[in-house]
Design a protein around this ligand. Structure first.
Ligand code: PMP
Length: 359
Protein backbone atom coordinates (compact mmCIF):
# COMPACT_ATOMS: atom_id res chain seq x y z
CA UNK A 1 0.00 0.00 0.00
CA UNK A 2 1.19 3.53 -0.79
CA UNK A 3 2.92 4.94 2.30
CA UNK A 4 1.41 8.29 3.23
CA UNK A 5 3.64 10.99 4.65
CA UNK A 6 2.99 11.74 8.31
CA UNK A 7 1.88 15.21 7.27
CA UNK A 8 -0.73 13.92 4.82
CA UNK A 9 -1.97 11.29 7.25
CA UNK A 10 -2.38 13.90 9.98
CA UNK A 11 -4.57 16.31 8.00
CA UNK A 12 -7.65 17.07 10.04
CA UNK A 13 -10.25 18.44 7.62
CA UNK A 14 -12.32 21.55 8.26
CA UNK A 15 -15.57 20.17 9.49
CA UNK A 16 -18.62 22.26 8.67
CA UNK A 17 -21.99 20.97 9.81
CA UNK A 18 -23.56 18.80 7.14
CA UNK A 19 -27.15 17.71 6.82
CA UNK A 20 -30.31 19.62 6.26
CA UNK A 21 -31.46 21.98 8.98
CA UNK A 22 -34.43 24.29 8.96
CA UNK A 23 -32.41 27.17 10.36
CA UNK A 24 -28.73 27.61 9.52
CA UNK A 25 -26.98 29.94 11.95
CA UNK A 26 -23.65 28.12 11.98
CA UNK A 27 -21.50 29.69 9.25
CA UNK A 28 -21.79 33.47 9.74
CA UNK A 29 -23.44 33.85 6.36
CA UNK A 30 -25.79 36.68 5.44
CA UNK A 31 -29.49 35.90 5.47
CA UNK A 32 -30.05 38.33 2.60
CA UNK A 33 -29.99 37.54 -1.13
CA UNK A 34 -29.09 40.11 -3.78
CA UNK A 35 -32.11 42.10 -4.99
CA UNK A 36 -34.45 40.56 -7.55
CA UNK A 37 -33.31 42.99 -10.23
CA UNK A 38 -29.62 42.24 -9.59
CA UNK A 39 -30.34 38.52 -9.68
CA UNK A 40 -31.96 38.98 -13.08
CA UNK A 41 -28.86 40.82 -14.30
CA UNK A 42 -26.72 38.04 -12.87
CA UNK A 43 -28.73 35.38 -14.69
CA UNK A 44 -28.28 37.25 -17.96
CA UNK A 45 -24.55 37.68 -17.27
CA UNK A 46 -24.24 33.93 -16.74
CA UNK A 47 -25.92 33.33 -20.11
CA UNK A 48 -23.48 35.73 -21.76
CA UNK A 49 -20.34 34.17 -20.25
CA UNK A 50 -17.98 32.50 -22.70
CA UNK A 51 -17.70 29.17 -20.91
CA UNK A 52 -15.14 27.90 -23.42
CA UNK A 53 -12.60 30.57 -22.42
CA UNK A 54 -10.37 30.84 -19.40
CA UNK A 55 -11.31 33.68 -17.07
CA UNK A 56 -9.31 36.88 -16.65
CA UNK A 57 -6.33 35.80 -14.50
CA UNK A 58 -6.36 39.05 -12.53
CA UNK A 59 -10.15 39.24 -12.19
CA UNK A 60 -9.93 42.89 -13.20
CA UNK A 61 -13.69 43.54 -13.19
CA UNK A 62 -14.45 42.44 -9.64
CA UNK A 63 -11.15 43.96 -8.47
CA UNK A 64 -12.11 47.31 -10.01
CA UNK A 65 -15.61 47.10 -8.52
CA UNK A 66 -14.25 46.18 -5.08
CA UNK A 67 -11.67 48.96 -5.27
CA UNK A 68 -14.29 51.57 -6.14
CA UNK A 69 -16.59 50.36 -3.38
CA UNK A 70 -13.89 50.43 -0.70
CA UNK A 71 -11.93 53.35 -2.08
CA UNK A 72 -8.62 51.53 -2.56
CA UNK A 73 -6.29 51.54 -5.54
CA UNK A 74 -6.93 48.43 -7.73
CA UNK A 75 -3.14 48.06 -8.08
CA UNK A 76 -3.13 46.97 -4.44
CA UNK A 77 -5.82 44.30 -4.75
CA UNK A 78 -5.62 40.58 -5.61
CA UNK A 79 -8.76 38.47 -5.96
CA UNK A 80 -8.89 34.94 -4.61
CA UNK A 81 -11.16 31.93 -4.64
CA UNK A 82 -12.51 32.99 -1.26
CA UNK A 83 -10.20 34.54 1.27
CA UNK A 84 -9.48 30.95 2.32
CA UNK A 85 -7.43 30.47 -0.83
CA UNK A 86 -5.54 33.69 -0.19
CA UNK A 87 -4.65 32.61 3.34
CA UNK A 88 -3.15 29.44 1.92
CA UNK A 89 -1.28 31.29 -0.86
CA UNK A 90 0.14 33.88 1.54
CA UNK A 91 1.34 31.34 4.10
CA UNK A 92 2.94 29.12 1.50
CA UNK A 93 4.57 32.01 -0.38
CA UNK A 94 5.99 34.41 2.17
CA UNK A 95 7.46 31.88 4.57
CA UNK A 96 10.64 29.96 4.10
CA UNK A 97 11.37 26.61 5.63
CA UNK A 98 11.55 26.81 9.41
CA UNK A 99 10.19 30.35 9.73
CA UNK A 100 7.70 30.78 12.51
CA UNK A 101 4.05 31.75 12.40
CA UNK A 102 2.09 33.19 15.30
CA UNK A 103 -1.63 32.68 15.78
CA UNK A 104 -3.88 33.42 18.73
CA UNK A 105 -6.55 31.22 20.23
CA UNK A 106 -9.46 31.22 19.85
CA UNK A 107 -9.33 32.45 16.26
CA UNK A 108 -10.29 31.25 12.76
CA UNK A 109 -9.06 27.65 12.59
CA UNK A 110 -7.83 27.76 9.00
CA UNK A 111 -4.74 29.80 9.94
CA UNK A 112 -3.28 26.89 11.87
CA UNK A 113 -4.57 24.40 9.31
CA UNK A 114 -2.79 26.01 6.36
CA UNK A 115 0.36 26.61 8.42
CA UNK A 116 0.42 22.89 9.25
CA UNK A 117 0.34 22.15 5.52
CA UNK A 118 3.36 24.40 4.91
CA UNK A 119 5.11 22.56 7.79
CA UNK A 120 6.24 25.85 9.28
CA UNK A 121 6.34 25.96 13.06
CA UNK A 122 3.27 27.66 14.53
CA UNK A 123 3.15 29.20 17.98
CA UNK A 124 -0.31 29.88 19.37
CA UNK A 125 -0.95 32.36 22.17
CA UNK A 126 -4.06 31.92 24.26
CA UNK A 127 -6.16 35.03 24.55
CA UNK A 128 -6.99 36.60 27.91
CA UNK A 129 -9.89 35.27 29.97
CA UNK A 130 -12.06 37.98 28.41
CA UNK A 131 -10.97 36.65 24.97
CA UNK A 132 -9.30 39.92 24.00
CA UNK A 133 -5.90 39.93 22.30
CA UNK A 134 -3.13 41.12 24.63
CA UNK A 135 -1.18 43.34 22.22
CA UNK A 136 1.83 43.73 24.51
CA UNK A 137 2.09 39.98 24.83
CA UNK A 138 1.81 39.51 21.06
CA UNK A 139 4.56 42.07 20.40
CA UNK A 140 6.77 40.53 23.04
CA UNK A 141 6.22 37.02 21.62
CA UNK A 142 6.90 38.14 18.05
CA UNK A 143 10.23 39.60 19.16
CA UNK A 144 11.26 36.80 21.49
CA UNK A 145 10.29 33.94 19.18
CA UNK A 146 11.49 35.67 16.00
CA UNK A 147 8.05 35.31 14.46
CA UNK A 148 7.99 36.03 10.70
CA UNK A 149 4.23 36.20 10.21
CA UNK A 150 1.30 36.91 12.52
CA UNK A 151 -2.17 36.18 11.18
CA UNK A 152 -5.39 36.99 13.01
CA UNK A 153 -8.98 38.02 12.36
CA UNK A 154 -10.25 41.46 13.31
CA UNK A 155 -13.07 41.53 14.28
CA UNK A 156 -12.46 38.00 15.42
CA UNK A 157 -14.28 34.86 14.44
CA UNK A 158 -15.33 33.21 16.78
CA UNK A 159 -15.07 35.70 19.67
CA UNK A 160 -16.99 38.53 17.89
CA UNK A 161 -14.63 41.02 19.57
CA UNK A 162 -12.50 43.64 17.85
CA UNK A 163 -9.12 45.27 18.28
CA UNK A 164 -9.14 49.00 17.56
CA UNK A 165 -7.00 50.60 14.86
CA UNK A 166 -4.48 52.04 17.28
CA UNK A 167 -3.72 48.59 18.68
CA UNK A 168 -3.28 47.07 15.21
CA UNK A 169 -0.99 49.94 14.21
CA UNK A 170 1.22 49.06 17.18
CA UNK A 171 1.64 45.50 15.84
CA UNK A 172 2.70 46.94 12.49
CA UNK A 173 5.18 49.48 13.77
CA UNK A 174 6.59 47.74 16.81
CA UNK A 175 7.46 44.44 15.11
CA UNK A 176 9.16 43.35 11.92
CA UNK A 177 6.79 40.47 11.27
CA UNK A 178 4.41 40.32 8.34
CA UNK A 179 0.97 41.11 9.74
CA UNK A 180 -1.88 39.37 7.93
CA UNK A 181 -4.98 41.17 9.09
CA UNK A 182 -8.14 39.28 8.23
CA UNK A 183 -10.94 41.83 8.08
CA UNK A 184 -13.62 39.34 6.98
CA UNK A 185 -16.11 40.94 9.40
CA UNK A 186 -14.97 44.56 9.18
CA UNK A 187 -18.08 45.63 7.23
CA UNK A 188 -19.84 45.33 10.58
CA UNK A 189 -17.38 47.58 12.43
CA UNK A 190 -15.50 50.79 11.71
CA UNK A 191 -11.87 50.07 12.53
CA UNK A 192 -10.53 49.01 9.12
CA UNK A 193 -6.94 49.73 8.14
CA UNK A 194 -7.71 49.55 4.40
CA UNK A 195 -7.14 53.28 3.90
CA UNK A 196 -3.66 53.02 5.47
CA UNK A 197 -2.48 49.88 3.73
CA UNK A 198 0.17 51.64 1.64
CA UNK A 199 1.83 53.11 4.70
CA UNK A 200 3.12 49.71 5.80
CA UNK A 201 5.44 47.32 4.02
CA UNK A 202 4.51 44.42 6.32
CA UNK A 203 0.71 44.47 6.04
CA UNK A 204 -1.68 42.29 4.06
CA UNK A 205 -5.39 42.86 4.66
CA UNK A 206 -7.89 40.17 3.72
CA UNK A 207 -11.49 40.92 2.87
CA UNK A 208 -14.27 38.66 1.67
CA UNK A 209 -17.50 38.88 -0.30
CA UNK A 210 -18.90 36.01 1.80
CA UNK A 211 -20.13 37.82 4.90
CA UNK A 212 -21.73 41.28 4.84
CA UNK A 213 -21.97 41.34 1.05
CA UNK A 214 -23.88 38.07 1.10
CA UNK A 215 -22.04 36.24 -1.70
CA UNK A 216 -20.62 33.20 0.10
CA UNK A 217 -21.67 30.85 -2.70
CA UNK A 218 -19.49 32.65 -5.23
CA UNK A 219 -16.20 32.15 -3.36
CA UNK A 220 -14.55 35.52 -3.69
CA UNK A 221 -12.01 37.16 -1.40
CA UNK A 222 -9.46 39.94 -1.72
CA UNK A 223 -5.95 40.57 -0.46
CA UNK A 224 -4.97 44.23 -0.17
CA UNK A 225 -1.33 45.18 0.29
CA UNK A 226 1.29 47.55 -1.10
CA UNK A 227 2.37 47.03 -4.73
CA UNK A 228 5.49 45.07 -3.85
CA UNK A 229 3.59 42.49 -1.79
CA UNK A 230 0.68 42.47 -4.25
CA UNK A 231 3.06 41.60 -7.08
CA UNK A 232 4.18 38.55 -5.13
CA UNK A 233 0.67 37.39 -4.21
CA UNK A 234 -0.43 37.73 -7.83
CA UNK A 235 2.62 35.81 -9.02
CA UNK A 236 2.11 33.01 -6.51
CA UNK A 237 -1.61 32.31 -6.90
CA UNK A 238 -2.80 29.85 -9.50
CA UNK A 239 -3.40 31.67 -12.77
CA UNK A 240 -7.17 31.31 -13.18
CA UNK A 241 -8.13 31.14 -9.54
CA UNK A 242 -11.41 33.08 -9.75
CA UNK A 243 -13.80 31.46 -12.20
CA UNK A 244 -15.58 33.46 -14.90
CA UNK A 245 -19.07 33.01 -13.44
CA UNK A 246 -17.96 34.37 -10.08
CA UNK A 247 -16.18 37.27 -11.74
CA UNK A 248 -19.18 38.36 -13.73
CA UNK A 249 -21.87 37.72 -11.10
CA UNK A 250 -19.89 39.28 -8.23
CA UNK A 251 -19.08 42.38 -10.29
CA UNK A 252 -22.80 43.13 -10.55
CA UNK A 253 -23.20 42.99 -6.78
CA UNK A 254 -20.00 44.92 -6.08
CA UNK A 255 -21.14 47.72 -8.40
CA UNK A 256 -24.26 48.21 -6.30
CA UNK A 257 -23.42 50.16 -3.12
CA UNK A 258 -26.59 48.79 -1.47
CA UNK A 259 -24.78 45.65 -0.35
CA UNK A 260 -22.04 47.54 1.42
CA UNK A 261 -24.09 50.42 2.74
CA UNK A 262 -27.40 48.89 3.70
CA UNK A 263 -26.98 45.12 4.06
CA UNK A 264 -24.40 45.25 6.88
CA UNK A 265 -26.75 47.64 8.69
CA UNK A 266 -29.59 45.10 8.47
CA UNK A 267 -27.33 42.30 9.65
CA UNK A 268 -26.14 44.38 12.59
CA UNK A 269 -29.75 45.16 13.54
CA UNK A 270 -30.46 41.45 13.48
CA UNK A 271 -27.43 40.74 15.65
CA UNK A 272 -28.62 43.39 18.12
CA UNK A 273 -31.89 41.49 18.38
CA UNK A 274 -29.92 38.36 19.30
CA UNK A 275 -27.65 40.27 21.71
CA UNK A 276 -30.64 41.79 23.52
CA UNK A 277 -32.30 38.39 23.88
CA UNK A 278 -29.15 36.77 25.21
CA UNK A 279 -28.42 39.71 27.54
CA UNK A 280 -31.79 39.11 29.20
CA UNK A 281 -31.04 35.40 29.52
CA UNK A 282 -27.63 36.16 31.02
CA UNK A 283 -29.20 38.57 33.54
CA UNK A 284 -31.54 35.80 34.69
CA UNK A 285 -28.80 33.18 34.83
CA UNK A 286 -30.11 31.03 31.96
CA UNK A 287 -26.82 31.46 30.11
CA UNK A 288 -23.46 32.21 31.71
CA UNK A 289 -22.20 34.98 29.49
CA UNK A 290 -22.74 37.04 26.35
CA UNK A 291 -19.69 38.60 24.64
CA UNK A 292 -20.11 42.13 23.23
CA UNK A 293 -20.17 41.67 19.46
CA UNK A 294 -19.01 43.88 16.60
CA UNK A 295 -19.89 41.27 13.96
CA UNK A 296 -22.94 39.49 12.50
CA UNK A 297 -22.83 36.76 15.13
CA UNK A 298 -22.74 36.40 18.89
CA UNK A 299 -20.70 34.21 21.19
CA UNK A 300 -22.32 32.99 24.38
CA UNK A 301 -21.24 30.78 27.24
CA UNK A 302 -23.44 28.03 28.58
CA UNK A 303 -22.84 25.03 30.78
CA UNK A 304 -22.34 21.98 28.56
CA UNK A 305 -22.36 23.61 25.12
CA UNK A 306 -22.29 20.24 23.28
CA UNK A 307 -25.59 19.39 24.98
CA UNK A 308 -27.17 22.67 23.82
CA UNK A 309 -25.73 22.08 20.37
CA UNK A 310 -27.27 18.62 20.06
CA UNK A 311 -30.62 19.75 21.40
CA UNK A 312 -30.68 22.67 18.96
CA UNK A 313 -30.00 20.30 16.08
CA UNK A 314 -33.05 18.33 17.24
CA UNK A 315 -35.05 21.55 16.94
CA UNK A 316 -33.66 21.80 13.37
CA UNK A 317 -31.35 24.69 14.28
CA UNK A 318 -27.62 24.58 13.43
CA UNK A 319 -25.17 26.78 15.39
CA UNK A 320 -21.42 26.28 16.05
CA UNK A 321 -20.14 24.76 19.24
CA UNK A 322 -16.69 25.63 20.59
CA UNK A 323 -15.29 23.47 23.36
CA UNK A 324 -17.35 22.70 26.42
CA UNK A 325 -19.00 26.00 27.08
CA UNK A 326 -19.29 28.26 24.05
CA UNK A 327 -21.80 28.58 21.25
CA UNK A 328 -21.50 30.88 18.26
CA UNK A 329 -24.79 31.95 16.71
CA UNK A 330 -25.08 33.82 13.42
CA UNK A 331 -27.66 36.59 13.17
CA UNK A 332 -30.58 35.40 11.04
CA UNK A 333 -33.96 36.71 10.02
CA UNK A 334 -36.19 38.07 12.78
CA UNK A 335 -38.13 34.79 12.89
CA UNK A 336 -34.96 32.67 12.96
CA UNK A 337 -33.58 34.79 15.80
CA UNK A 338 -36.79 34.42 17.80
CA UNK A 339 -36.71 30.67 17.27
CA UNK A 340 -33.11 30.22 18.33
CA UNK A 341 -33.58 32.46 21.38
CA UNK A 342 -36.66 30.60 22.53
CA UNK A 343 -35.05 27.20 21.83
CA UNK A 344 -31.98 28.11 23.90
CA UNK A 345 -34.16 29.46 26.69
CA UNK A 346 -36.23 26.31 26.83
CA UNK A 347 -33.13 24.07 26.77
CA UNK A 348 -31.62 26.14 29.60
CA UNK A 349 -34.85 26.00 31.66
CA UNK A 350 -35.15 22.29 31.11
CA UNK A 351 -31.57 21.76 32.29
CA UNK A 352 -32.14 23.89 35.39
CA UNK A 353 -35.31 21.97 36.22
CA UNK A 354 -33.48 18.68 35.85
CA UNK A 355 -30.64 19.90 38.07
CA UNK A 356 -33.09 21.11 40.72
CA UNK A 357 -34.91 17.78 40.53
CA UNK A 358 -31.72 15.94 41.37
CA UNK A 359 -30.83 18.20 44.33
N1 PMP B 1 -11.64 34.62 7.58
C1 PMP B 1 -12.52 34.50 8.58
C2 PMP B 1 -12.22 35.18 9.87
C3 PMP B 1 -13.69 33.76 8.41
O1 PMP B 1 -14.55 33.62 9.43
C4 PMP B 1 -13.93 33.13 7.17
C5 PMP B 1 -15.16 32.30 6.90
N2 PMP B 1 -15.74 31.66 7.93
C6 PMP B 1 -12.99 33.28 6.18
C7 PMP B 1 -11.87 34.04 6.40
C8 PMP B 1 -13.15 32.62 4.84
O2 PMP B 1 -13.94 33.37 4.03
P1 PMP B 1 -14.12 33.05 2.48
O3 PMP B 1 -15.53 32.66 2.32
O4 PMP B 1 -13.79 34.34 1.79
O5 PMP B 1 -13.16 31.97 2.11
Amino acid sequence: MYRLSEKAAAIDPYDPIEGIYRIRLDANESFLLPTESDREKMAQAVLDTALNRYPDPLAKEPVAAFSALYDVDPKLVTAGNGSDELISVILSTFLQKGERVLTVSPDFSMYRFYTAITENPCITLSKNDDLQIDVDQVIETIRREKIRLFIFSNPCNPTSLGLDRAAVRRLLTETEAMIVLDEAYMDFWDQSLLSEVEQYDNLIILRTASKALGLAALRLGFAVANERLTGIIRAAKSPYNVNALTQTVASIALRNPLYKEWYPELLVQSRQQLSEGFAQMAAKGYIQKLYPSCTNFVLIEVEDAPYFHRELLDFGIAVRCFGNNRLRITAGTETENKEVLSAILSIAKHRLEEQEGTL
